[in-house]
Design a protein around this ligand. Structure first.
Ligand code: MG
Length: 252
């Protein structure tokens, strides 16, 4: 009898644990709000790592001469990331004084911080063949630094998502643009949806639908406490935020 009760108690606890699976915190453009940091700087990844964030997100452009650089804005401090040569982009300083990093430098640094998941966004390019080339070069870099197994790929371009799927079918790839249903994402072989607050508030049912299909859900960029609580209660798997420590406090 006691054995039976113990078993039932353990079973109930296991069910409770599954239903309460903790949301994972992803630092948006790294933890750039931390002192001494800047968006997409090497420091921002290190700061995300230092607070125990689950993952740290950053953005990758391909320059006109085929080099991969880490930055968010298409035009940053007057320099266009897609149409400028690397030599021009390299002169740009981030707000914390760091040189704008190459993907190579970024991954070298991330490789030395193995506890933080790499969430790599490939920026959409004007020409689809350039997107294919960018995806190929990114995969080469991830393999070179031996970090492919701890990397998730995200992209607004469905062409880019499918290019990655062909190159690295076992890597998790998430679509960002918010216009495709979980069913469609499943049929394309992607790992899940990574949608804006607005898109998911329009389709809150997509969270449960995704889970039923075996997909995962990430939401960006959730900075207000009320929104954090809304998406924790909705049961998303990941929340991407500029304020990872604030979110951590809500979860723990
Ligand atoms: Mg991004």
């Amino acid at each position: 009898m006691i054995k039976k009760i113990t078993f039932l108690a353990l079973f109930a606890f296991a069910l409770f644990s599954i239903s309460q699976a903790q949301v994972k915190v992803v630092a948006h453009r790294g933890y750039w709000k931390a002192p001494g940091s800047a968006q997409n700087s090497l420091t921002s990844f290190a700061k995300a790592d230092s607070i125990g964030a689950f993952g740290s997100e950053f953005d990758v452009w391909m320059t006109t001469d085929g080099k991969l650089v880490v930055n968010h804005d298409r035009t940053f401090k007057g320099v266009n990331m897609e149409t400028s040569p690397f030599s021009e982009i390299r002169k740009v300083r981030l707000d914390n004084g760091e040189q704008l990093p190459t993907l190579d430098e970024y991954l070298k640094s991330a490789a030395s911080k193995p506890n933080t998941r790499i969430v790599l966004e490939m920026k959409s390019l004007t020409d689809l063949s350039r997107e294919d080339e960018s995806a190929l070069r990114i995969v080469k870099a991830l393999k070179k630094h031996n970090v492919l197994d701890r990397t998730d790929i995200i992209a607004f371009s469905i062409n880019a998502c499918l290019a990655f799927k062909k190159l690295i079918p076992d890597t998790k790839i998430y679509y960002l643009d918010g216009d495709l249903s979980p069913k469609k994402i499943k049929s394309l072989g992607l790992a899940g949806i990574d949608y804006s607050i607005k898109a998911l508030k329009q389709h809150p049912e997509w969270v449960e639908e995704s889970h039923k299909l075996g997909l995962e859900v990430n939401v960006w960029t959730v900075d207000e406490e009320a929104d954090m609580n809304y998406f924790i209660d909705l049961g998303v798997d990941y929340i991407t935020t500029d304020y990872p420590e604030k979110l951590q406090k809500l979860i723990h």
